[in-house]
Write a protein that binds this ligand. Structure first.
Ligand code: M6R
Length: 607
C-alpha cells in the first residue's frame, strides 16, 4: 500500500515527482519523500505526515535535479515517522529505494545483512532492498537490482537510483502495480496512471517479474533474466480532467455525480433492451460451461463485497444458483468448499486488493473458474481471471467507493442476463434489460434532490450512532450505506436486517437516534413498517427511503424520501445514491477529511 513515482528527462524533477505523488495520495498518505540526483550527488528529503509537510521541508531545495524518485506511504512495517518514510538509503548513501508492497522475508534478510556489516536506520521491510543493492553492486546499477531479485520474497513495485548513475532509474514489479510513462525524451514511473496524465497517455503496464530500465535512450523492459521484452504501448483513453475534481469540492462528490455517466458507459454496447441479450466481450463462458455451474462463490472485500451481496439476492432469485457470500479475508482461511462446478465471482474496483487476490488464487487452486468484475484494465485481478467484465467507472480517487459500487452492481445484472440466457432459463431477461437500460436517468432524478440530503445530513451529523435497516436487497444496500457513513464521517453506523432488531440491536435505540429505513421491496413493505414502528416507539428519528407512491410509509416515518419507481430487483442502483449523499454531507458537516479518511487507503494491497 503506497504510491511510487519516478522521473528522468529534461524537466525539473521535483515538481513532477510532487505532482505525481499528489495524484497517488489515495494509496496512502501518512508520510512522503523524494530522492533526486543533482550535480552535488544523491539527496533524500522525507517527512512524516501529508505531502504538504514534505513540500514545506523541500521549500525550493533540489530544484536543479532532472532525475528522481518519490513515495507516498501507508505504513505497514514501522510507524509513520520521518525515518520510516521512503526513500531508504543504503549504508553508504549511494543508493535510494522506494517500494510499494511487502517484503515477506525481510527479517531473515535483515539479519543476514546485519551479519555482513550493514547498519539499519528504519523499522521498515523496505530498507533491506537498499542494502541488498549495495551488497550486489559491482559498478552496474541494473545488474545489482537483477542480482537482488531472486533473494526477495513478497510483493513489490520498486524504483532504485544510484549516485554514480545520474541518468538511470531501475524499476521492478511483482504483485504491486508499476507503470512506465512514455514521453518525448523523458520517461516516468508510477504506481497508477493519474500520476502520468499531465505528461503522457502512452504507457507500458509492467507484468510480474518485469524490470524497467530507464535511461536517456528511452525505457527498456527486461524479464527477470535480463532478456529484452517487446511491450505493447497501452494508450490511456481517459484524460486529466477525469482524474481531477472538475469544480467539485471533493472527489467523492464529483464521483457521486458521475454515476449516471458511469452507469451508461458500463451498459453501453453490451445490453440489448429489446431482446434482453447481452454481449460481454471478456466473458467467454459457453452455454455448456454456464449450465455446468453448480454454485457461485463471491470473492471481494468492503464495498465490492456488498455489490456481491446484490448478486446473492438477484442471482439466487433469477438463476436459482446458490451464491455463497463471504468477505475474501475470511474465505481464504476457512478451507472453502469449491471445485470445477464453482464459479468464483471476484469483484474489485482496483483489482489489486490483497485479500481478494489471495481468495482468487485459492478458488483457482480448488478448481473454480474465475469471473472478475474490475475497474482497472491490466490489474492483477483482470490478468489472473478466466473471464473479465470491466466496469467503466473511470478512475475513482476518493477512498470511499461510489461510482465503482454502482457500476459493480450494474455488472451483477449484466452477468445475470448473460448467465440466464446461456443457461436457457431467462424468461425475465427482456423486462430486466429494458428496465436496466433506463436506470441512468433514474439516478439523475435522485441526484436532483441533492439539497434535501444536505439538510437531512445536518440532522444526523450531531449524533455518534446511526442505524440502517432493510430486508432482502434493501439490507444489502443498508450495509453499503452504513459503511459509507462510518468510513468518512467517523460516526458509528450499523446496518441491521430489520427482522433482527428485536434480537439485540434494538437495545441501542434511544431518543433521537437516527435510523435510515430502506423500504423499496414491495413484498416486504408491511414488515418494514412494523420495524419502523418498533424503533419509533423507542424514540428513534426515522428517515425512510421508499418508492414513489408508497403513502403508508409517510404515516410511520419522520421523513420520507421518494425514489423513482423501477423494477423491484434493480432498486440498489437507485437507493444507494441517497445514502452516498447523506454520508458525504454528514462528513462535510462534521468537518472530516472526506476524500482521505483517517487510517484508510484506497487500495488495500496488504493483508
Ligand atoms: O479495490 P477493491 O474494490 O478491491 O477494494 C475493496 C475495498 O477495500 C473497498 O471497497 C473499500 O471498502 C471502500 N473504501 C469502501 O468505500
Amino acid at each position: 500500500m503506497c504510491g511510487i513515482v519516478g522521473y528522468l528527462g529534461h524537466r525539473q524533477a521535483v515538481p513532477v515527482l510532487l505532482q505525481g505523488l499528489e495524484r497517488l495520495e489515495y494509496r496512502g498518505y501518512d508520510s512522503a519523500g523524494i530522492a533526486v540526483i543533482d550535480s552535488s550527488g544523491l539527496k533524500i528529503t522525507k517527512s512524516a505526515g501529508r505531502l504538504t509537510e514534505l513540500k514545506a521541508r523541500l521549500n525550493g531545495h533540489l530544484d536543479g535535479a532532472t532525475l528522481g524518485i518519490g513515495h507516498t506511504r501507508w505504513a505497514t512495517h514501522g510507524r509513520p515517522t520521518d525515518t520510516n518514510a521512503h526513500p531508504h538509503p543504503d549504508c553508504s548513501g549511494r543508493f535510494a529505494v522506494v517500494h510499494n508492497g511487502i517484503i515477506e522475508n525481510y527479517q531473515e534478510l535483515r539479519q543476514w545483512l546485519k551479519a555482513e556489516g550493514h547498519t539499519f536506520l528504519s523499522e521498515t521491510d523496505t530498507e533491506v532492498l537498499a542494502h541488498l543493492v549495495e551488497h550486489y553492486y559491482r559498478g552496474d546499477l541494473l545488474q545489482a537490482v537483477m542480482a537482488m531479485l531472486p533473494h526477495v520474497k513478497g510483493s513489490y513495485a520498486v524504483a532504485v537510483i544510484g549516485k554514480d548513475h545520474p541518468r538511470e532509474i531501475v524499476g521492478v514489479r511483482y504483485d504491486s502495480p508499476l507503470i512506465v510513462g512514455l514521453g518525448r525524451e523523458e520517461t516516468f514511473l508510477a504506481s497508477d496512471i493519474p500520476a502520468l496524465l499531465p505528461y503522457t497517455k502512452n504507457t507500458y503496464i509492467l507484468d510480474n517479474g518485469e524490470v524497467a530500465y530507464l535511461s536517456p535512450e528511452g525505457p527498456r523492459i527486461l524479464d527477470g533474466t535480463g532478456h529484452l521484452k517487446q511491450k505493447q504501448v497501452f494508450h490511456v483513453s481517459w484524460d486529466l480532467e477525469a482524474a481531477e475534481k472538475g469544480g467539485y469540492p471533493h472527489f467523492m462528490l464529483k464521483e457521486i455525480h458521475e454515476q449516471p455517466r458511469a452507469l451508461r458507459d458500463t451498459l453501453a454496447g453490451r445490453l440489448d433492451p429489446a431482446s434482453g441479450r447481452v454481449k460481454l466481450d471478456g466473458v467467454r463462458l459457453t452455454p455448456e460451461e454456464a449450465k455446468a455451474i453448480r454454485k457461485v462463490a463471491l470473492i471481494a472485500c468492503g464495498t465490492a463485497s456488498y455489490a456481491g451481496m446484490v448478486a446473492k439476492y438477484v442471482w439466487e432469485k433469477l438463476l436459482r444458483l446458490p451464491v455463497e457470500f463471504d468477505v475474501a479475508s475470511e474465505l481464504r482461511y476457512r478451507q472453502p468448499l469449491m471445485d470445477e462446478g464453482t464459479l468464483g465471482l471476484v469483484i474489485s474496483q482496483s483489482g489489486e486488493t490483497a485479500d481478494t487476490l489471495a481468495g482468487l488464487r485459492e478458488a483457482r487452486r480448488l478448481g473454480a473458474r474465475i469471473l472478475a468484475v474490475t475497474n482497472v484494465v491490466g490489474s492483477s485481478v483482470a490478468r489472473e481471471a478466466d473471464d473479465v467484465l470491466y466496469t467503466w467507472a473511470g478512475p475513482e480517487i476518493a477512498v470511499a467507493s461510489t461510482k465503482a459500487y454502482l457500476t459493480q452492481v450494474a455488472a451483477v445484472y449484466l452477468l445475470a442476463l448473460y448467465l440466464g440466457t446461456a443457461r436457457g432459463e431467462a424468461p425475465w431477461a427482456a423486462e430486466l434489460a429494458r428496465e436496466l437500460s433506463v436506470t441512468p436517468s433514474k439516478v439523475e432524478e435522485v441526484l436532483a434532490l441533492e439539497d434535501r440530503f444536505r439538510e437531512l445530513a445536518a440532522r444526523i451529523a450531531p449524533h455518534e450512532h446511526a442505524f440502517f435497516l432493510g430486508r432482502g436487497l434493501d439490507y444489502a444496500v443498508a450495509l453499503e450505506g452504513a459503511l459509507k457513513l462510518k468510513e468518512i464521517s467517523y460516526l458509528h453506523a450499523e446496518a441491521c436486517p430489520a427482522g433482527e432488531l428485536k434480537h439485540g440491536p434494538l437495545a441501542l435505540i434511544e431518543d433521537g437516534t437516527p435510523v435510515v429505513a430502506l423500504v423499496t421491496q414491495e413484498e416486504l413493505v408491511e414488515k418494514m413498517l412494523s420495524n419502523i414502528r418498533e424503533v419509533k416507539a423507542r424514540g428513534a428519528w426515522v428517515l425512510a427511503l421508499a418508492l414513489e407512491g408508497n403513502r403508508a410509509v409517510a404515516a410511520e416515518a419522520d421523513c420520507v424520501l421518494y425514489l423513482p419507481r423501477l423494477h423491484n430487483l434493480l432498486t440498489p442502483l437507485v437507493s444507494v445514491v441517497p445514502l452516498q449523499l447523506l454520508a458525504y454531507y454528514t462528513a462535510a458537516a462534521r468537518g472530516c477529511s472526506v476524500d482521505k479518511p483517517r487510517n484508510l487507503a484506497k487500495s488495500v494491497t496488504v493483508e
